[in-house]
Design a protein around this ligand. Structure first.
Ligand code: 5GP
Length: 246
């Protein structure tokens, strides 16, 4: 990776490197996989490659629909050239179907359709185990203003519509997902991070089988096969040719 310089951030499954340009970074997707606040860990060969392709494709679909993302270009397998953002410490979760932690906390019926979708915001903070926020707490902590929260909610609802439709065409039901936003140099709210099977629940539209990280959370032994399968459902051969990656 000749363009890269110093590591500026190491997350649980991605690293961020400086580039020659002050307002651009390289995000690299590692093969590490974690669950349960990082308690369950493994390394799955090829996962970083797979997630970089899926994220690049979904960011491109969003850009085509006028959603601002940090994505600039997939420069090589596993590495995405991205706009540098000042990240907002929120995990913005959109839910179309009640499952996962929502069922542990509230009396929803399992697999209940949520229409309109639920938007939930958690504080991205390992020390406090990502607690759920409300607007007052978020504003009082200085994380975002009311106007910014309203904008983040509207963008998330728009993203949910675009991705639900796109993935439906590919045979995937978008159950729920987590987004992270940041601000660019001009202070615009921009979608950052990734959109991959690590951060979303994808179900096979026919069989409702899990096509995401729940397979790892549940201890299945075919996790990488599932990631490869979902990657080939979302990313076309012509995308790979167009990106000119190895
Ligand atoms: P739940 O709250 O049901 O565990 O997760 C809801 C959705 O948000 C799922 O698609 C899950 O993958 C995603 N999500 C929630 N918190 C995190 C997190 O800390 N890391 C990642 N990668 N995804 C998360």
């Amino acid at each position: 990776m000749s363009e890269s310089k110093d590591l500026i951030y190491a997350g649980k499954a991605k690293d961020v490197y400086e580039t020659e340009k002050q307002n651009e970074v390289i995000v690299t997707f590692r093969d590490d996989i974690t669950a349960g606040d990082g308690e369950k860990k493994d390394n799955l060969k090829g996962k970083g490659h797979c997630n970089s392709l899926i994220s690049s494709k979904l960011f491109e679909v969003l850009e085509e629909n006028n959603v601002k993302t940090q994505y600039i270009q997939l420069i090589e397998t596993g590495s995405m050239l991205s706009k540098k953002l000042e990240m907002i410490p929120l995990e913005v979760i959109a839910r179309n179907i009640a499952t996962g932690s929502l069922l542990k906390r509230f009396p929803f019926e399992e697999n209940q359709k949520l229409d309109p979708p639920i938007i939930q915001m958690d504080y991205k903070n390992d020390e406090y185990h990502d607690p759920m926020l409300n607007d007052e707490i978020t504003i009082a902590l200085g994380i975002a203003t009311q106007e910014e929260l309203d904008e983040i909610r509207n963008i998330t609802l728009k993203i949910n519509k675009i991705l639900s439709e796109f993935l439906k065409e590919k045979g995937i039901l978008l159950v729920d997902f987590k987004l992270e936003f940041g601000k660019d140099e001009e202070g615009n709210i921009v979608l950052g991070d990734e959109i991959s099977p690590d951060t979303c629940r994808y179900w096979d539209i026919e069989t409702l089988e899990t096509l995401d990280k729940d397979s790892f959370r549940q201890g299945q032994d075919n996790v990488m096969d599932i990631y490869d399968q979902v990657c080939s459902m979302i990313v076309d051969e012509k995308d790979i040719e167009r990106w000119e990656i190895q």
